[in-house]
Design a binder for this molecule. Sequence first.
Ligand code: FAD
Ligand code: NAD
Length: 459
Amino acid sequence: PPTQESFDPSKKTIVVLGSGWASTSFLKAVNTDDYNVVVVSPRNYFLFTPLLPSCTVGTIDVRSLVEPIRFITRHKSRDVKVYEAECTDIDPEKKLLTIVDSSDVKGESSVSTIPYDYLVIGVGAQNQTFGIKGVEQYGCFLKEVWDAQKIRTKLMDCIETAAFPGQSPEEIDRLLHMVVVGGGPTGIEYAAELHDFLVDDLTVWYPELAGKIKITLVEALPNVLPAFSKQLIEYTESTFKEQNITIHTKTMVKEVREKEIVVKKSDGTDASIPYGLLVWATGNTMRPMVRNLMNKLPESQTVRRGLSVDDWLRLQGSEDIFALGDATATKYAPTAQVASQQGKYLARVFAQLATTEKLEDELASAPAEEKAKKLRKYQKSQDIQPFKYSHQGSLCYVGSDKAIADVPFAQGNLSSGGVATFAFWRSAYVSNIFSGRNRWLVITDWTKKTLLGRDISRE
Ligand code: FAD
Ligand code: NAD
């Protein structure tokens, strides 16, 4: 546990917003001997999102993928304050934040303001719906722990309702039609996990219904996984065909109703697709708090995708504010890989800032004969390198113990797909899990699933 007092008035205070990939990797690397650090996040844990699709069918338990943020902060050399709260407003002029306790249990105090010297914004993004009617009301997203739990519950509910006596054949077909909208990696991995659950477990427990369960993926573009190589796109599409997962490409969802979606097909005509469970995975959009901040800086914040930052992750048009991860609009894809590298980089920037400040003090009090040497050292410390992303490759699970990988190799790219790539996918993800505890839990879940199958209870 930290040994020193939490707040040192002689040190500057960094407030970190969020406990996702960006903020957590920053938090792990930042030196708390140099700064007072405060974390504000409505989630008091870090979530390992790459394996979240596995939680929708019980391959992995959600508890195996979360790590309390206090597990991380207690290993710092000085105490870090953690507030489970949502930041609802940033005042860049007064350097003041409004934070709100948005959890179910509220005390007498549930709104507060806190000051910062430096602000690190890692609040991520929210689900994109393009304002399409009915998505929020009837669709299930796949971003947070509770999303995966909701999908799992609703999936089992659809199956049990289909088994209810007197259900018409049309209603059974509707209830057992699982539709996924969005052929990005989230939609693909979810459909793949659902397929495995169907083949491995549902056929055993619901022999009379399993054959009627259908999985359909709807994608607006001409193909799925636009960020992967052509060869892997074809591999994914053929693997899905073998797995009886129907893909409708060039098909755009226009409206979501309680029991059907209305789509515009490639020939320009509209069609209705009845569904029992709808998972909506069409990417990211800005959070309201981020939009609110951008509105306060209208001249510098003009990109609609997210916060504009420079190559040092400084928020354009502000002072002492840094932004990283999915909350920003950069040339990089909104991935955990980018967010975590940015977090680590920013911690190094802060270490260098602390050194510069110390050297500035030393320079001011240095005797005349040492001034030139100190000045050179001080100037050198101000030369902070810009953020440089190092792409380690893209991976995606496609079902039936097969995965695809696009990995940079020599000057080019190495594309592979299949069972061997799945072994690589598993080892890459396991080695990236932050804590040994979570790593052990995930491996245990995989072993449990292999030996005992997945649980079909409706939570
Ligand atoms: P997040 O991880 O989303 O964290 C945002 C944090 O901010 C959260 O703690 C949230 O509670 C908090 N927050 C929200 N609002 C506020 C507020 N108002 N005030 C304070 N805090 C707030 N990327 C990969 O590279 N590889 C993968 O395999 C991969 N798989 C994925 C699978 C799924 C299902 C999903 C959804 C995403 C996946 N991604 C993957 C993308 C990756 O998860 C994101 O790019 C990454 O989470 C971005 O990190 P972040 O810290 O910016 O945001
Ligand atoms: P995405 O933005 O990658 O894909 C969304 C897809 O939805 C797009 O292909 C888009 O054409 C489609 N779409 C949009 N509107 C539609 C509509 N109305 N009807 C039908 N289709 C529509 O989103 P994602 O898959 O959630 O991924 C978000 C980010 O997280 C990406 O950067 C991704 O790389 C990352 N991620 C990575 C992994 C991985 O590496 N395995 C897994 C999940 C997410």
